[in-house]
Design a protein around this ligand. Sequence first.
Ligand code: HEM
Length: 364
Amino acid sequence: MAKAYRDPIFSSRSYERIIEPVFGRSLLQMDGKEHARKRALVTPYFRGKGLEAWHGVITRNAVAILGDATAGAAEHLASRFEPGQTIDIVEEFCNYLPVFVITEMLGLPRSDYPRFKGWYTAHTNFVGAFGSDPEIDRIGRAATAELWEYLTPIIAERRANPASDLISTLVTAEVDGEMFDDIEVKTHITQLLNAGSETTGKALASMIALVLERREYFEEMRQDRSKVTAAISEALRYIPPSQMNSRQVTEDVELHGQFIPAGSLVVLLIASANRDERRFDHADVFDPRRTDLDHEKVFNNTGEHFAFGGGRHFCLGAMLARSEIEVGMNLLMDRFPNMRVAEGFTPSWTGVKARYQPKLLLTL
Ligand code: HEM
């Protein structure tokens, strides 16, 4: 698996068919120098000091959703977050947090949440359908057309009056004397909105269900917050929200004794590699106490497990996702130490390309 992520023979040009129609030509399908240069432009926002600067944004948005602030789309939810109330944490918290964070990073109004959600859901469905359903195809392409129309005046405004948000950075950035044109900026935004929203919310919800199903893990983590990282990394191993990536081989190649002819489409099954019994003890068990996984390294492209992919396309937002899940989980544990899965409800997961719980009923 690591070889397939790292070896340029396994090219991501497979995404020309699967993703380009709705994202445009994004980082995901670029190679070599072009990829390195364009990725370097946005990287500072997602690592180290650049990322630390967003910590306040994450906390503020998490608190806002739970009802301390009264603004934007979260307003109607405020009264529902009371100890003893039963709520669907997926719909009412996990889905909101990453979208609010990425939209604030981009400098977009979070009151447009319902529109963002509609657009990125249409894109996720498109990517997951692999071109098999004309209606999903049509809705995905229509979502891009609408989103890009929505972005046109915003980009023009940022070109005229750049501020400190990510869109302003993209419109003012110069790579080797070249600037991004509007289409490239729109592509970046589309990718960030989608990649930054769907997966993180699903990962947070999975982790909540997994630690509540084995309450001792929840209690252990609530009392010693240094254990949160291990629970996040193990939840991502056990149920990676993005279960597979694809590649196209550019030359004949052999992998694990298997001949793969040039031009073949290869599916990298993250979900399977993450439970490789040659790599992990009791691989099919969720165990945040496991010692055969270096939890810190998971967020750093070292191939500990593959929830964030690997090689040059390793997830740009891995550290941001970690912060969001950490902040979200800590806040929930502070506010609702007695939270539990609602009586009569059993957590369950669905989906092949993306793996998630459609609903998770909790009593707070
Ligand atoms: C738990 C949450 C997340 C998971 C599981 C996840 C998973 C992944 C995976 C598996 C890839 C590799 C795709 C491939 O090689 O084909 C990837 C790439 C990427 N992710 Fe994430 N992601 C998450 C959160 C985020 C966030 C929060 C952002 C940004 C706001 C983000 C932005 C990206 C970008 C831009 C790429 C493409 C990087 C490149 O091609 O160089 N992701 N992600």
